[in-house]
Write a protein that binds this ligand. Structure first.
Ligand code: SAM
Length: 272
């Protein structure tokens, strides 16, 4: 039976191994394409804010403005509120919301931002329409998503090839689009946006510390996160296959010549 378009399941869940990568994220390493457009007074909506480290950075960059972080998963918002409180930020608030139907009036925000969210939603074009609706005229819609099929690494590893194949199949079965980065511009055009600047950005993991961190978190995600549960329950992989994939990640992480690059698509759109 096919899944209703808007009810995609968030593939990763919020297991500790997932949050280890989300909380590493900053506005500088994840939203650089947007930062030059920010002004201190702006009102920003950060959709799918997760644990809120990027949200908090954005709030620090608009000290005379306000940032609202929203997420469909209520349980992650306590973590996001704690992040903002630890940093002493008074201009951030959080709420539960689904990007497909936002509970805000038309023309409310100067910037509407979503990082690594549209790849997980059932109807990214509707999401972009809704993001545009709540953006003020001349305001910005800013979206960045990774593109799994474009992820690349060295040395070659059949076990990691297996990981990529499995991840993309599970994400699609959950109603998402893991190769979202390359599609953002086409989704924006279909949503009716006309002033679109499309760029790309990367994360690279290569030092011993970076390889240990990246490989360990993926090894754990593969066997212990929501992804693992969905992979086995959906009949995509056995528990043994997941353990083999985790082993391949750990092997790659030990290799001194190891190098991994994550390509992202980015769109910065002006509401006209
Ligand atoms: C990969 S995390 C990104 C978190 C944060 N933006 C970051 O980059 O660190 C994706 C987040 O989007 C949320 N999410 C998934 N589908 C959503 C939807 N339809 N509406 C709002 N949030 C959604 C998930 O609960 C999750 O917290």
């Amino acid at each position: 039976m096919s899944r209703p378009r808007e009810s995609a399941v968030y593939t990763h869940g919020h297991h500790e191994s997932v949050l280890r990568s989300h909380t590493w994220r900053t506005a500088a390493n994840s939203a650089a394409y947007l930062l030059g457009s920010l002004k201190p007074h702006m009102r920003i909506l950060d959709i799918g804010c997760g644990p809120g480290t990027i949200t908090a950075d954005l709030a620090a960059l608009v000290p005379d403005g306000q940032v609202t972080g929203v997420d469909r998963a209520p349980e992650i918002l306590a973590r996001a509120r704690a992040t903002a409180a630890e940093r002493g930020l008074a201009n951030v608030d959080f709420a539960v919301a689904d990007v497909h139907a936002l509970d805000y009036p038309d023309d409310t925000f100067c910037v509407v931002h979503a990082h690594q969210v549209l790849q997980h939603v059932g109807d990214p074009v509707q999401a972009l329409r809704e993001m545009t609706r709540v953006t003020k005229p001349d305001g910005f819609i800013a979206v960045r998503d990774s593109d799994y099929a474009a992820m690349t690494w060295y040395p070659a590893s059949p076990g990691m090839d297996d990981w990529l194949d499995l991840y993309r199949r599970v994400a699609r079965a959950n109603g998402g689009e893991p190769d979202a980065g390359r599609r953002l511009k086409s989704w924006a055009l279909r949503a009716g946006l006309t002033d679109i600047t499309a760029t790309s950005g990367t994360w690279t993991y290569s030092t011993a510390e970076e390889r240990r961190w990246w490989s360990e978190l993926w090894a754990e995600r593969t066997v212990a996160s929501e992804f693992a549960r969905r992979a086995t329950r959906g009949g995509h992989a056995t528990a043994q296959r997941l353990r083999d994939v985790a082993g391949a990640w750990r092997e790659w992480g030990k290799q001194e010549e190891g190098w991994f690059a994550v390509l992202h698509g980015e769109i910065l759109c002006r509401k006209r």
